[in-house]
Design a protein around this ligand. Structure first.
Ligand SMILES: Cc1cc2nc3c(=O)[nH]c(=O)nc-3n(C[C@H](O)[C@H](O)[C@H](O)COP(=O)(O)OP(=O)(O)OC[C@H]3O[C@@H](n4cnc5c(N)ncnc54)[C@H](O)[C@@H]3O)c2cc1C
Length: 491
């Protein structure tokens, strides 16, 4: 497994293809430092023996110990450990751990390549598994490029005025393919070793050139990453881990990029577009049952700290509101555990989470995210958006005035109060706050996608049969399917 330093040093050797604010920059650009810090955490913790078995796993391919972010879950326990890893690592970085996207993409590709081979007599699975062996051995961090720019939302890929609205095959050659098009909102692409590209939606036969999946190094020729970093204002005195973290999303431009055959995992199999898209979405929504409870932990902890600073910690409406955040975060976490226990062993050997439980967990957190921020705001008061700048707390004259502002809870020191309110500002009212709100709604797919997934999975007839039985319309209630359904063997 790589150390954080080895990870950064390989990024620094990459060709320049990252654009930020009009500049073509290296991966060591200061605006990417926050994002790098988050990613480094995933390498650093893997070196820590306390995290053994949580952030490390035994590879199902080589039997070697690898970083779990590169691992394919083989059983329910593997999924539960993944969920735990995501929650704990995400808590340490204050929210999104980012590296799960690549893990969810490899899971989707491992299953879909096997199924394509079985149905269509293709040879993708072996090809993908030898790629994955290298991915694990080199301990790569992969970004998942799923979301296409999509142009006119009502039109299908082949109907778009500009074909680049969806990544597509421009040319097929004996040794590979040439692709063009735009993927958007791609988290951590600028700090990734690899880009894993998969379709974003169900496709029709006319969309077959849009049925394409592949992997390439993130600095590949004819690939541009137009990147928007997000982070927090740097602190002068009251430095803290939270402000060192950041994130970035990229518009990933494929401009007639050549993809060698050994890295192509789907090429025209349009019927499997939907399958790969849903496999990734399902795996990623399961990941959300780890990271969203972590976001709840951060919001709940911040609200409780603000309550302490305001000396209202024991007031009943405060404890009531804090328990609401706990209730939702833990319910989503429990949905993840259920998704793992009722998951499915696919023909590839990869174990996938139960779709219903993964989707309800993700949906709950998506619907609740603004409410959690509202609770924090209600408890903290308006200071998060009116707090004077840090310099004013340091300057001699204004410092004396502001000391009075910080006097709320007699048990809390001036310095701690300064830290609490600056942190509340960072969590509740900053560019990162908005990022977490919008990521909470759209990350892993818009809310409608969860509705679609749940409607595919749910047998409404069986629910109607319950009502028919209870209403006296039917004399019998067949529950044989439910009686047989059991959690998977944990081993
Ligand atoms: C912080 C963040 C990080 C992300 N990271 C990644 C990442 O790493 N990798 C990745 O691949 N993606 C990523 N995404 C993208 C995410 O998956 C998308 O935002 C999400 O799928 C919604 O797509 P969109 O943003 O294009 O919105 P749209 O698809 O434009 O949705 C806007 C609205 O239009 C509706 N709509 C869209 N199409 C139709 C239609 N045909 N008919 C009816 N209604 C329609 C939607 O339901 C929604 O209400 C990220 C997003 C965010 C916010």
């Amino acid at each position: 497994m790589r150390t954080p330093e080895e990870y950064c040093s390989s990024l620094n050797k990459m060709k320049r293809n990252v654009y930020i604010g009009g500049d073509k920059v290296g991966r060591d650009d200061p605006r990417l430092l926050g994002n790098l810090k988050v990613m480094q955490t995933t390498f650093q913790l893997a070196q820590n023996t306390d995290w053994e078995g949580v952030i490390t796993a035994e590879s199902s391919i080589t039997g070697k110990i690898i970083n779990r972010f590169t691992h394919l879950a083989q059983n329910p326990l593997d999924l539960i450990k993944k969920q735990k890893m995501i929650r704990l690592t995400a808590t340490r970085v204050g929210g999104c751990i980012q590296r799960c996207m690549g893990q969810d993409a490899i899971a989707a590709l491992s299953v879909a390549t096997k199924e394509m081979d079985e149905k269509l007599d293709t040879e993708y699975h072996q090809r993908f598994m030898s790629y994955l062996r290298e991915y694990q051995e080199r301990d790569w961090a992969g970004a998942c490029c799923q979301t296409d720019s999509k142009g006119d939302r009502i039109k299908r890929p082949h109907e778009q005025e500009d074909p680049d609205a969806y990544v597509h095959i421009v040319e097929e050659k004996s040794d590979g393919i040439v692709v063009s098009g735009l993927k958007i909102s791609i988290t951590m692409a600028a700090v990734a070793d690899e880009l894993l590209v998969i379709p974003t939606r169900a496709l029709t036969e006319k969309d077959r050139y849009y049925a394409v999946a592949f992997a390439i190094p993130a600095d590949w020729e004819n690939v541009r990453l137009i990147t928007r970093p997000a982070g927090l204002r740097e602190r002068k005195k009251f430095k803290c881990p939270y402000t060192e973290m950041g994130v970035s999303e990229s518009v990933v431009v494929f401009d007639n990029a050549f993809i060698p055959k050994e890295r192509v995992f789907m090429c025209g199999e349009w019927k499997f577009g939907r399958r790969i898209a849903l496999l990734f979405a399902n795996s990623h929504r399961f990941s959300y049952t780890g990271c969203k409870p972590a976001v709840s932990d951060v919001l709940c902890g911040t609200a409780a700290l603000a309550a302490e600073a305001n000396n209202i910690e024991r007031v009943s409406h405060v404890t009531q509101k804090l328990s609401e955040i706990v209730g939702t975060g833990e319910l989503a976490f429990a949905a993840g555990i259920a998704a793992a226990l009722y998951g499915e062993k696919t023909s590839s050997g990869t174990f996938t989470p139960n779709e219903t439980y993964a989707n309800v967990g993700r949906r709950l957190m998506g619907e609740f995210i603004y409410h959690e921020f509202n609770i924090l705001t209600e408890i903290a008061g308006g200071l998060s958006v009116t707090l004077p700048f840090e310099d004013d707390f340091l300057q001699e004259v204004t410092k004396k005035d502001l000391e009075k502002l910080m006097k709320r809870n007699p048990q809390m020191s001036y310095e701690d109060a300064c830290r609490v309110w600056r942190f509340v500002e960072n969590v509740a009212a900053s560019s990162m706050a908005s990022w977490y709100q919008i990521a909470g709604v759209h990350g892993g797919g818009s809310p409608i996608m969860e509705t679609i997934a749940l409607n595919i999975e749910t047998d409404y007839e069986s629910k109607k049969n319950v009502a028919k039985y209870l209403a006296g319309i039917n004399e019998e209630l067949d529950q044989s399917k439910q009686l047989k359904s059991m959690p998977c063997d944990l081993s």
